[in-house]
Design a protein around this ligand. Structure first.
Ligand code: URP
Ligand code: ZN
Ligand code: ZN
Length: 479
């Protein structure tokens, strides 16, 4: 299929300019001020619209077995919902159970993901440690295009990685040229607080945020950062929800450390009053970790994004419907943790970011696409509109308005955390591999058309880190 996107303004992370774009064989083949349409070319009229790199959501959980159930959204429906919102690539997570063979888990997730309708890649979680895990990390990096390893510092008794695991895995990651990522919450503290609150009779969802205060997150973020600093490994902190973790990242970056931070659209826009809703279904629908925070934290997170101390936006798309959330009706600790958002991330960020002047359009592209592509080393194949890049493109209508609702969204979940929010600016067309898969509200996708995207090790920042390490090498005292 050859597609010509005509009449729009190209918006990349570095600049904006008027141009037509030709997409052939899945790639961008030409970008010129004017390209005439030849025969057999599908023309997308982008007049008055912006043409941007497709969004990359670096944090999703499709078809995840978690807390006694499996997310309602799988790779096919989830990637389709992403396309409806302008997102053309996800980075999901392989999460081996405690003691599960890492390669077995990896192959299982790869099989599940084969039905994706757009491109995908995987971070792999390190949930336990022995020689086989050490070896698997090498295999994954050298043979399977994995360059990032995730560590859950929470979920004690399940997938939590303690400090010993962090140290072992971080050390191995440096040898391999991979980046390490953490879910930063002090799992021991959370466990204690959960027990205490439950014993005090606080059994409802309002107990969830109380058991996971911002201090638990700030402490864990700081601990992971300092461990990474000592070992000299690049670190990416996922879903920062509070001032405390942002401050830990900012401090480290000010000291020259290679630390990156992600923020979720939900944490920027939804506050913790949702947990005090009298309707269990509403409160439980918002149970995710870290929890939604007060407005003071939301403001801090916006500032983090504006200052560049937080570089990426994600959703942590992890769908559980009301019947699944009901497992925790009498005990908040049993409510499956997770909320949705892949379809809405770009439009809510545009509306509340670009629309309010907090972000420029170019910064919007950086935080929704380019920065993730660079950090996870798939740039400029992804995250840029350039000749030779994958033709993963969103045509963005800045004048279109829409009111978000679970009644109309494509996500396979019966609730939307942005329910009733009216946004101005949304995707009119989304192209993946040069094909128009979403146009004017309609999806036209093909099961299995998505590809696994290999991400090579030794991203450009690794070179800088290695030079730094050489400078700091200790010299023995000669006696
Ligand atoms: O509540 C959440 N975030 N569920 C998904 C797993 C995780 O912690 O990312
Ligand atoms: Zn997490
Ligand atoms: Zn997650």
């Amino acid at each position: 299929m050859t597609v010509l996107i005509k009449g729009g303004t190209v918006v990349n992370a570095d600049r904006s300019f008027r141009a037509d774009i030709l997409c052939e064989n899945g790639l961008v083949s030409a970008i010129q001020e004017t390209i005439e349409a030849s025969k057999n070319v599908t023309v997308v009229d982008a007049g008055g619209q912006y043409v941007m790199p497709g969004g990359i959501d670096p944090h999703t959980h499709m078809q995840l077995p978690f807390m006694g159930t499996v997310t309602s959204e799988d790779f096919e429906t989830g990637t389709a919902a992403g396309l409806a919102g302008g997102t053309t690539m996800i980075i999901d997570f392989v999460i081996p159970g405690p003691q599960q063979d890492v390669m077995e888990a990896y192959h299982q997730w790869r099989e599940w993901a084969e039905k994706s309708v757009s491109d995908y890649s995987f971070h792999v979680a390190i949930t336990w440690w022995d020689d086989t895990v050490n070896k698997a990390m090498g295999t994954l990096v050298n043979e399977y295009g994995v360059n990032s390893f995730k560590h859950f510092m929470a979920y004690k008794g399940a997938i939590m990685a303690d400090d010993e695991i962090l140290v072992s895995s971080f050390t191995r990651a440096i040898e391999l040229g991979a980046i390490v990522t953490v879910h930063a919450e002090n799992g021991d503290l959370v466990f204690r607080l959960q027990q205490k609150l439950f014993e005090q009779g606080l059994t409802g969802p309002e107990g969830h945020p109380l058991s996971r205060p911002p201090q638990c997150e700030g402490e864990a973020a700081n601990r992971a950062i300092r461990i990474a600093e000592v070992l000299g490994v690049p670190l990416y902190v996922v879903h920062n929800s509070c001032r405390q973790s942002l401050e830990a990242i900012t401090r480290a970056r000010n000291e020259g450390q290679r630390v990156f931070g992600e923020v979720l659209a939900g944490h920027l826009l939804v506050d913790d009053s949702v947990y005090r809703d009298e309707d269990f279904e509403v409160a439980a629908a918002h149970v995710m970790s870290p929890p939604f925070r007060s407005k003071e934290h939301q403001e801090a997170l916006w500032h983090g994004l504006q200052s560049g101390n937080l570089q990426t936006t994600a959703t942590d798309h992890c769908c559980f419907c009301a019947d699944q959330k009901a497992a925790g009706k009498d005990d908040f600790r049993l409510i499956p943790n997770g909320t949705a958002g892949i379809e809405n991330r770009m439009e809510v960020l545009w509306h509340h970011g670009v629309g309010t002047g907090r972000l420029t359009m170019n910064e919007f592209v950086a935080v929704t696409s380019t920065n993730a592509a660079q950090i996870f080393n798939v740039y400029p194949r992804k995250g840029s509109i350039a000749v030779g890049s994958d033709a993963d493109i969103v045509v963005w209508d800045p004048e279109a308005t829409k009111t978000i609702s679970a009644k109309t969204h494509h996500q396979k979940i019966d609730y939307n955390i942005f329910e009733g929010m009216t946004v101005k600016g949304c995707a009119s067309h989304t192209l993946s591999q040069g094909k128009v898969l979403f146009a004017n509200g309609k999806l036209d996708v093909e099961r299995g058309a998505g590809r696994h995207i290999n991400r090579p090790a030794f991203a450009p920042y690794y070179d800088a880190l290695q030079r730094q390490a050489l400078q700091a090498e200790p010299t023995p005292v000669r006696r």
